[in-house]
Design a protein around this ligand. Structure first.
Ligand code: FES
Ligand SMILES: [Fe+2]
Length: 431
């Protein structure tokens, strides 16, 4: 960490009200004895105290994927972004600006908005009817005494930015923590890899919420490796690895000659191929890789399910992936894109929200939506079962962290990145 970043970190710690104490000492001990290349100790997956620390050290410090720009196209459109017990109103003003307003009334704290999405000219608190405009300014507060200053009682606002149609919100910014800007490398890579899909013009065709009974890191670690795909996801493997599903099929897909041939064909079509480095130094990673022999997209039978997106004019059997830790991920074959949001709701519960994006020209009826969503709906249902079962095992007093394998580098890198955030917060050393 640079000197400036370190200073920002300590300033943010005091701004966020973090106190040293027994929990801090316990956490520092846990972080420092964590073995590199191993999954985390049980407490990281179960402890309410660690969950509170990681809200402060990780979730309040990073840019979080809150949603897609097409959810708020008109003035007054809004949706609630809910994570770790906090509720943020993402709203578009009459002037076209996006605001991220903390959904906590500045009178006595009631949430001012209870609908998950809608269109409004203002938000009226249901308790004593204070009214806030779409900028968060307090515009009506009946029967307050002389000297009351409405200008000092607007809704708190989080920094918000839009990158490739993705709405990113920084919660700590509403608590006096100076947000670290996304690096030029992150912005460049997201633009390079997601740009061809023109996500800014895409629309959400379907959305599903999976309420998973597991710690968010178990959910994320599962998502970031495909070591489990053979045993857990037969349908996924049939699409991704062709007829040779299971570990043997995976080996075929990872064969350098096969990957090279795919890359040559994709490049002939003018499509991107390759990866950015996977590193615990950055929350992001992007790639464009092959799906599998004979599959044009990620669907039943590998058949197209929507019009080609953005600048794509032909299928090349490729998928784009973009990760933005700790809560966002995008997977995009040529004809759709799925946004994944990993949203902790408690130490042992996580909402995983999937939003399927398609080109604005797509016209999908119910059958079309079913075809569009089948692949990831099926896969995530299987993931949910194995994740919840794993949480039960990890919660056992007999659980001991095991080593990551060769095909779990995504999970191992996430764990290393996570420990760095936690260590930076407490001044402890990570493994
Ligand atoms: S708590 Fe909102 S008006 Fe009283
Ligand atoms: Fe999976």
């Amino acid at each position: 960490m640079s000197g400036t970043a370190a200073r920002n970190g300590s300033h943010a710690a005091s701004a966020l009200g973090i106190q040293a104490g027994d929990d801090a000492a316990m956490l520092a001990g846990l972080v420092s004895r964590q073995r590199g290349g191993y999954c985390l100790e049980r407490a990281f997956y179960t402890s309410p105290a660690i969950y509170q620390r990681e809200i402060e050290a990780v979730l309040l410090r990073q840019w979080l994927l809150a949603g897609h720009i097409s959810s708020v196209p008109r003035a007054g459109d809004y949706f609630l972004f809910e994570i770790a017990g906090e509720s943020i109103i993402v709203a578009r003003t009459a002037g076209g600006e996006l605001n991220a307003l903390v959904n906590v009334c500045r009178h006595r704290g009631a949430p001012v908005c209870s609908k998950s999405a809608g269109n409004a000219r203002s938000f009226v608190c249901p308790y004593h009817a204070w009214r806030f405009d779409l900028e968060g300014a307090l515009v009506r507060a009946p029967s307050m005494p002389a000297g009351f200053e409405p200008g000092e009682h607007g809704l708190k606002r989080c920094p918000v930015q839009v990158v490739e149609g993705l709405i990113l919100v920084h919660l700590g910014g509403a608590l006096g923590c100076e947000p670290e800007p996304l690096s030029s490398e992150i912005l460049r890579d997201l633009s390079t890899f997601l740009g061809p899909h023109d996500l800014a013009s895409a629309v959400v065709a379907a959305r599903r919420r999976f309420a998973i009974a597991a710690n968010w890191k178990i959910v994320l670690e599962n998502f970031l490796e495909c070591y489990h795909c053979g045993p857990v996801h037969p349908e996924y493997c049939a699409v991704m690895y062709g007829k040779r599903s299971g570990p043997e099929g995976a080996a075929v897909q990872h064969d350098p000659a096969w990957k090279r041939a795919w890359a040559e064909r994709a490049q002939e079509l003018g499509h991107l191929t390759g990866d950015t480095p996977l590193s615990a130094d950055t929350p992001h990673c992007c790639s464009r890789r092959p799906i599998g022999r004979g599959s044009l997209t990620q669907s039943r039978g590998g058949e197209p399910v929507a019009p080609l997106m953005g600048t794509y004019r032909a299928y090349d059997s490729g998928i784009t992936q973009a990760q933005l830790l700790p809560t966002g991920y995008v997977i995009a074959p040529c004809d759709y894109a799925v946004l994944y949001q990993f949203l902790p709701t408690g130490p042992l519960t996580t909402d995983l929200i999937l939003s399927w994006l398609v080109a604005p020209t797509a016209r999908l009826d119910d059958d079309g939506i079913a075809r569009l969503t089948w692949f990831w709906q099926t896969t995530i249902e299987q993931d949910q079962a194995i994740i919840e079962s794993t949480q039960r095992g990890v919660s056992s007093r007999f659980f001991e962290p095991g080593p990551y394998g060769e095909r779990e580098t995504g999970s191992a890198t996430f764990t290393a990145w996570y420990l760095r955030q936690m260590a930076a917060e407490k001044g402890a050393k990570s493994a």
